[in-house]
Design a protein around this ligand. Structure first.
Ligand SMILES: Cc1cc2nc3c(=O)[nH]c(=O)nc-3n(C[C@H](O)[C@H](O)[C@H](O)COP(=O)(O)OP(=O)(O)OC[C@H]3O[C@@H](n4cnc5c(N)ncnc54)[C@H](O)[C@@H]3O)c2cc1C
Length: 376
C-alpha cells in the first residue's frame, strides 16, 4: 500500500474531517435512534473514494496505506462510530482474502465492496465464546468440488446487510480454514438482530450455517492455515478499532470543550473553573498519548505485521480505555444535559464501551502484551 509524506497525511485528515462533518455527522443521531444501517453516510464516503482506501487499486480500491485508513476511521468515528465501524469492517473482513486468497476470488468479491455497492462481514465469534477462538466449533468438510459448512457465528457485524461473509471454520482436529460465503448460498441464514447499548445502526446478528455448500474455489489459501492467516489480519484490524475508539474520544473531547466554553455558572463560563480545566487537560493528554501509540503501532505493522502484534494490542487497549474514560468525562462536563439524547456525548459514551470488548477484549489484549513482555 502507498505511503504519503507528513504534509499529505495532514491534508488528507483535513479532507476527511470535512467529509465526515458534511456527509456523516448529519445522519449520526438518526442512525442511532432508528437503529438503521448508516446507508447514507456510507454512500457519502464511497462517492468520495474513501471506502476503496483499504483495497488494492488492482481490484478497484485506492491502495491507501494503514495510516491513511486509520485517519479515515478516526475522523469518521469522531462524528459517528457506527459509520466508522462499517468503514473498517469491510477492510478487516476482506484482509485475509486479499493477503492469502486467489486472484480470481479477490476479483469476484473485492471490486463491488471497494465501490461501496456491497458490504462485507467477518465471522469468528461463536455462541460458546469469542476469547477462546481456537475452541471454535463451526466445521467445514470437503465433499468433492464443494465445502460443506455447519455451525453458528455470533455477534456478526453487518449480518444480513452484507453480501459476503468471511468465515473461520475448523477443517481438522487442530486445523482451520477461511471461506468466503455469499448471502444467497444454500444453507445460510441469520438470527434476530440484536438490540444493543451502542453502535445501534450497525446490524449485529447470528450467521447460521446448516449444510451450507460453497464451491471449493471459495476457500482462502491453505485450508489448514486459517488461524495463522487470521492472526495477521487481527494485527491489522486492531489498530482500526483503536482508530474508531480514538475518534470517539476526540469527538467527545471536542464536544466537552465547546459545551464548557458556552455554559455559564456562578456568572462565568464553566471552562474558567480549575477543576473543569484539569479534567479537560487530562482528557487531552489521554487522547494525544493514545494517538501517539496508535501511530507508532501502525508504523511497526507497516514494517512487519508479525513484529507489530504487541503494539497493535497496546494501541487497541489504550485507545479504547481512553474512549470510555474521555466519553464518560465529557458526559460529566455536560452536567444533566450530558444524560440526554439531545447531546452527542450520550451516544458517544454508549458507543465507546464496545471498543473495550470486541476485536479481542482488553483482558485478552493484556494477555498478549504480558506474553510478549515476559517473552514466554
Ligand atoms: C457489537 C458487537 C459486534 C461484534 N462484531 C463481531 C464481528 O463482526 N465478528 C466476530 O467474529 N465477532 C464480533 N463480535 C464478538 C466479539 O469480538 C466478542 O464478543 C469478544 O471477542 C468477546 O467474546 P465473548 O463475548 O464470547 O466473551 P467471553 O470470551 O465469554 O469473555 C467473557 C469475559 O471473560 C473474560 N475472559 C475470557 N477469557 C479470559 C482470559 N483468558 N483471561 C482473562 N479474562 C478472560 C473476557 O475478557 C470477558 O470479560 C462483536 C461483538 C459485539 C458485541
Amino acid at each position: 500500500m502507498q505511503a504519503m509524506d507528513k504534509q499529505a497525511y495532514e491534508s488528507f485528515r483535513d479532507t476527511m474531517r470535512r467529509l465526515a462533518v458534511n456527509k456523516v455527522a448529519p445522519h449520526a443521531a438518526e442512525v442511532d435512534r432508528t437503529k438503521q444501517p448508516p446507508v447514507k453516510s456510507h454512500a457519502g464516503l464511497s462517492e468520495a473514494g474513501i471506502v476503496g482506501l483499504g483495497f488494492p487499486e488492482e481490484f478497484g480500491g485506492q491502495s491507501g496505506d494503514l495510516l491513511s485508513q486509520v485517519i479515515a476511521v478516526e475522523e469518521t468515528a469522531r462524528v459517528c462510530a457506527t459509520t466508522g465501524l462499517t468503514l473498517m469492517t469491510g477492510w478487516a473482513a476482506l484482509d485475509p482474502l486479499i493477503r492469502f486468497g486467489a486472484k480470481e476470488l479477490i476479483g469476484q468479491i473485492v471490486p463491488s465492496v471497494a465501490e461501496g455497492k456491497t458490504i462485507a462481514g467477518w465471522c469468528l465469534t461463536e455462541p460458546q465464546g469469542g476469547s477462546d477462538l481456537p475452541a471454535l466449533k463451526t466445521r467445514a468438510v470437503r465433499e468433492g468440488d464443494e465445502w460443506v459448512i455447519n455451525g453458528t457465528k455470533r455477534f456478526i457485524t453487518n449480518a444480513s446487510w452484507a453480501e459476503w461473509y468471511l468465515v473461520l471454520a475448523r477443517t481438522g482436529e487442530k486445523a482451520y480454514g477461511i471461506f468466503m460465503v455469499h448471502r444467497n448460498d444454500p444453507g445460510l441464514s441469520f438470527g434476530k438482530l440484536e438490540s444493543k447499548m451502542g453502535l445501534r445502526g450497525s446490524p449485529t446478528a447470528d450467521v447460521i450455517f446448516e449444510n451450507c455448500r460453497i464451491p471449493a474455489s471459495r476457500a482462502i489459501g491453505d485450508t489448514t492455515k486459517g488461524y495463522e492467516y487470521m492472526t495477521v489480519s487481527l494485527t491489522i484490524s486492531r489498530p482500526l478499532i483503536g482508530a474508531q475508539a480514538l475518534g470517539i474520544a476526540q469527538g467527545a473531547l471536542d464536544e466537552a470543550v465547546l459545551y464548557t466554553r458556552d455554559r455559564k455558572q456562578f456568572g462565568q463560563s464553566v471552562s474558567r473553573f480549575q477543576m473543569v480545566r484539569g479534567m479537560i487537560a487530562e482528557m487531552a493528554v489521554k487522547v494525544e498519548a493514545s494517538r501517539s501509540l496508535l501511530y507508532r503501532a501502525v508504523e511497526a505493522i507497516e514494517e512487519n505485521p508479525t513484529n507489530g502484534r504487541t503494539l497493535a494490542s497496546m494501541a487497541k487497549m489504550l485507545c479504547s480505555d481512553t474512549a470510555m474514560q474521555v466519553a464518560t468525562d465529557a458526559v460529566q462536563l455536560h452536567g444533566g444535559y450530558g444524560y440526554l439524547e439531545d447531546y452527542p456525548v450520550e451516544r458517544m459514551m454508549r458507543d465507546a464501551k464496545i471498543t473495550q470488548i470486541y476485536e479481542g477484549t482488553n483482558q485478552i489484549q493484556r494477555l498478549i502484551i504480558a506474553k510478549s513482555v515476559y517473552a514466554d
